[in-house]
Design a protein around this ligand. Structure first.
Ligand code: HEM
Length: 472
């Protein structure tokens, strides 16, 4: 496909100044006063603050909340950025400052040598053969959700599917992390995670405005309490495991026993807490949202749903007994991939350049904020035929293999590609194939809910759906 190299500077920003790290509360308030629309749009959903050109151009340079920002939406340029220039990039301050109070300096938030050492230490934990060992725990959690739904009284009406999927995915990540040991109060842990992540948009907006970290915002106190609670719960889990001898084949056991293949050092104590929380935070909401959007899409596409059900009936659902069955769910996997094209749970990758780089014909100076807007890439007018249509045949193996690898990035790319990708895809298949044959899910209102970016891509107002048992 011919992909033009247009470069656009848009007028999307209503803020004429760049705010640096020393900007004060007064600056923040005056900027917010001048551009309340941009601030509120950003707090509501960052996707809405993107310039329209990200859906039609390859590189868009603009100002976002006063920061000069380059949006990269061309597969070749994304490859240059995330692969060839990976060493010229660092995490954006607005991401790390939003997440670090809870997640510390774990794999998601670290940079440089610390990140490299953590990545090579953790990588063996996520190898395909290891991930396969988690299928029985996944199947058990998916069956627990099915039993919970079966136990609902007839005529119980709608539930919020996103809450249901959060619970299921949290069950799974905790079961794969801790094998259910350690006396963790799951509901409380999930609520604390929600309280924490729910206020991160404020933190991001504040950093972009250059506001000081101490400045209060809605949810800040709850978020700080939640961060403390999460960190205490993770430390207690680790201590409980150590008290029992420290081993185990779950993710926590693997993490405690992991050694850096270069230095043979175990992970530092503080990083164990950071990474335990990082895996839970990065691994449960993303999976839950992928499934939430997917079930809603299926409700509008009965022919696709029928094909999945036929495939599942052919393959069987005893995944715990035979995890290899998952490989036979070829069409179901296509559907999962197409769902994540339209609704990527992590809709934005952000970096800051640490030195000057060149993307095609464009010089990007050191210190520039560079965004890869995955949501826009996946609906880009130059890359996808009928970009907004749900069509799982786009991911038929031969069609998908012929596509540019960097046109479809639900899990990112380059050295910082999602470490849990295999785990996540496997989990989506197990949950979908366990629940779909048992229930039809019908929306309570027509149309897809508005997608709002809160670190992840959430349905505004939740996803109310009515589960109906399938007969026969
Ligand atoms: C559908 C589910 C998931 C999606 C869509 C997703 C998406 C992503 C994306 C896009 C990135 C790259 C971020 C960047 O480059 O800035 C990422 C990184 C990461 N993901 Fe996932 N993820 C999912 C599930 C998981 C799971 C299940 C885990 C772990 C249990 C996990 C752990 C991580 C970690 C630790 C990183 C940081 C890796 C690094 O920087 O080295 N993710 N994920």
């Amino acid at each position: 496909m011919e992909f033009s190299r247009a470069r656009v500077t848009t007028a999307v920003s209503k803020l004429p100044v760049t705010v640096d790290g020393a900007a004060s509360l007064r600056t923040l308030l005056s900027e917010a006063g001048r551009a309340p629309g941009v601030l509120w749009t950003m707090l509501r959903s960052m996707v809405d603050a993107w310039p329209d050109e990200v859906y039609t151009r390859t590189l868009v340079e603009t100002r976002l909340l006063g920061q000069r920002t380059a949006f990269v939406v061309d597969p070749a340029l994304i490859r240059t950025l995330l692969v060839d220039e990976a060493n010229s990039l660092e995490r954006e301050a607005f991401v790390t400052r939003a997440l670090a109070p809870a997640l510390g300096c774990g794999l998601l938030t670290a940079d440089g040598g610390s990140w490299r050492a953590q990545r090579r230490t953790a990588a063996p934990m996520f190898r395909p053969e290891r991930v396969r060992d988690f299928v029985p725990a996944m199947a058990a959690a998916a069956q627990a959700t099915r039993s919970r739904w079966l136990a609902r009284p007839a005529g119980a009406g709608a539930f919020d599917l996103s809450t249901e999927m959060m619970r299921t995915a949290l069950d799974i990540i905790l079961a794969t992390m801790t094998s259910g040991e350690g006396g963790l109060d799951e509901m409380r842990f999930g609520a604390a995670m929600e309280d924490y992540l729910g206020q991160t948009n404020w933190k991001m907006a504040y950093v972009m405005f250059g506001a000081p970290a101490w400045l209060p915002h809605p949810g800040a106190r709850r978020g700080a309490l939640a961060a403390r609670e999460l960190r205490a719960a993770a430390a207690a889990l680790i201590a409980a495991r150590r008290a029992r001898g420290g081993g185990g084949s779950d993710l926590l056991g693997l993490l405690l026993n992991a050694r850096d293949p270069v230095t043979e050092a175990p992970m530092a104590e503080a990083l164990l807490v950071d990474n335990l929380l990082t895996f839970v935070a990065a691994g449960h909401e993303t999976v839950a949202l992928a499934l939430t959007w997917l079930f809603r899409l299926l409700a509008d596409h009965p022919a696709v749903e029928r094909r999945i059900l036929d495939e599942i009936a052919r393959v069987g659902t005893d995944f715990a007994g035979d995890p290899g069955r998952l490989d036979a769910l070829v069409y179901t996997r296509q559907v999962v991939l197409e769902g994540m094209r339209l609704y990527p749970p992590a809709p934005l990758i952000v970096r800051r350049t640490t030195r000057d780089i060149r993307l095609g014909d464009t010089e990007i100076p050191a210190g520039r904020s560079v965004h890869v807007p995955i949501y826009a890439l996946h609906r880009h007018r130059l890359l996808w035929d009928r970009p907004d249509a749900f069509d799982p045949d786009r991911f038929a193996p031969s069609v998908h293999a012929a596509r540019d690898r960097y046109a479809y990035l639900p899990f990112g790319a380059g050295p910082r590609v999602c470490i849990g990708m295999g785990l996540a895809l496997q989990e989506c298949l197990v949950i979908l194939a366990t629940l779909l044959p048992a229930f039809r899910l019908s929306p309570t209102r027509p149309g897809m809910p508005e997608a709002r970016f809160r670190v992840t891509l959430r349905p505004h107002g939740g996803m109310p759906m009515v589960p109906t048992r399938r007969v026969g």
